[in-house]
Write a protein that binds this ligand. Structure first.
Ligand code: LLP
Length: 415
């Protein structure tokens, strides 16, 4: 799944760097990303959108490391954020506020002020109440807030229920049938400037058809608005393109976008996309070391130094991540449960994997570039992993392993 991962004499390399060397230098567990893979994932969007007025706003929640953000900022990306914290990261990484769209159902007044002061490109408003609040806050600052209404096109993205977001039954966006009335209201509010419309139907989508269906619906709304004198400048179609974790066959970026672009053929509005996973997911892996092998009556366990606090997806979604040995070795293959040291039965990274490994060996948990580090925690007072970006034969430590003292530095024992 990671395009720049390959073996040389039985040793795994990411670009031109041996994963063993990374472990020796920075320790484990460590997230390792390939700059070339990040760049080529972004280029696939650029190429597919060539000749079109379009902006790719990387969804920061997928991986918010400043190193990763800086790679995309240099490539000219915009950013999709969901908090003031993410906005601060984008700016710290050299991203342009003027290319930032702000999604999320719970924007606070402070976050609105921060984003208005920074001069972001658009607020993707998710409720009528948020619209009123934003108008208020913008008025206080003497600004006009650019807005898009996030509408809920109510199409089934056919993905995991936890990550499908465009159905009527969930908290995101405004119901499609209410959109017109809310736009009319927005047009009356003095401190707002209607800029566009947004939708996002779900994540890890493997079929382009639901997105095209959503796009059709959104286009219908755009035309109805135009008929009322509300002309939109941009249409934001969200993120969602899936990646290959095991045997999925997601469409290539160009294949995924083609039916969408066809819907908007000949239209003047700028298109905007918010991909997260498809830009970073397969550009990263989690490097971990086997602490113990523990044979059991029913199962063999490989106990590694990474855990559910580092990579929550298996425990949380029963997600599959491929696991490979970093160094080929002449020992018999066995089937292992790959588990971490955390005190929960749910602390697993993979079930029932065939591996030829010994204690002390390194494993690479693949496709971990998206929603890996960003969903990590300090459960069991475990410092979070280091993060490294490989660039050709070079390595950059883009986040130091979190020191233990820092985990309780802001706490106080009672006197
Ligand atoms: N835009 C909005 C408004 C979103 O809510 C999301 C993701 C994206 C863009 C980016 O979607 P992507 O291109 O990455 O599919 N933690 C889950 C995924 C949650 C996705 C939430 N929203 C996971 O680990 O699978």
């Amino acid at each position: 799944p990671t395009p720049t991962l390959h073996a040389v004499d039985g040793a795994l390399m990411l670009e031109d760097v041996a994963l063993q060397d990374i472990a020796a230098r920075y320790g484990t567990p460590t997230y390792v990303y390939s700059r070339a893979a990040l760049t080529s994932a972004f280029d696939a969007y650029r190429r597919a959108l060539n000749g079109r007025r379009a902006l790719v706003c990387y969804a920061v929640k997928a991986n918010s490391n400043l190193g990763v953000l800086s790679v995309f900022a240099r490539l000219g990306a915009g950013f999709d954020i969901v908090s003031g914290g993410e906005l601060a990261r984008v700016i710290a990484a050299g991203g342009e506020a003027a290319k930032v769209v702000f999604s999320g159902v719970g924007k606070t007044r402070a976050e609105m002020r921060q984003a208005l002061a920074a001069g972001i490109r658009c607020f993707n408003v998710e409720s009528a109440a948020e619209l009123e609040r934003l108008n208020d806050v913008a008025g206080e600052l003497g600004r006009r807030a650019p807005i898009a209404l996030r509408v809920n096109p109510d199409v089934d993205p056919k993905t995991h229920p936890y990550i499908s977001t465009g159905l009527k039954s969930n908290k995101f966006g405004v119901a499609f049938d209410d959109a017109l009335a809310i736009y009319r209201r927005a047009a009356q509010l003095p401190n707002l400037r209607i800029s566009g419309v947004a939708c996002h139907i779900g994540s890890q989508l493997l079929d382009p058809a639901p997105m095209a269906e959503a796009a059709q619906k959104v286009l219908g709304l755009v035309d109805r608005l135009a008929a009322e004198g509300i002309a939109l400048e941009h249409i934001d179609l969200g993120g969602g393109l899936g990646i290959r974790y095991s045997d999925e066959t997601p469409p290539a970026v160009a294949e995924y976008l083609a039916p969408l672009l066809a819907v908007f053929d000949g239209r003047r509005e700028e298109l905007c996309f918010e991909p997260g996973r498809s830009l970073v997911g397969n550009a990263g892996l989690l490097l971990t070391r086997i602490e113990y092998l523990k044979p059991g009556e029913e199962k063999n366990f490989a106990i590694v130094d990474a855990a559910m606090n580092d990579l929550a997806r298996p425990a949380l979604y029963d997600a599959y991540h491929e696991v490979v040995a970093v160094q080929a070795r002449e020992v018999p293959e066995r089937r292992y449960e790959i588990v971490g040291p955390i005190c929960e039965s749910g602390d697993f990274l993979a079930h029932d994997r065939s591996l030829a490994v010994a204690e002390g060996d390194l494993l690479a948990i693949l496709s971990a570039g998206a929603y890996g580090m960003t969903m990590s925690s300090n459960y069991n007072t475990r410092g979070r992993a280091a993060e490294v970006i490989v660039d050709g034969a070079g390595t950059h430590l883009v986040r130091e392993r979190e020191p233990i003292e820092s985990l309780y530095a802001s706490e106080k024992p009672l006197a």
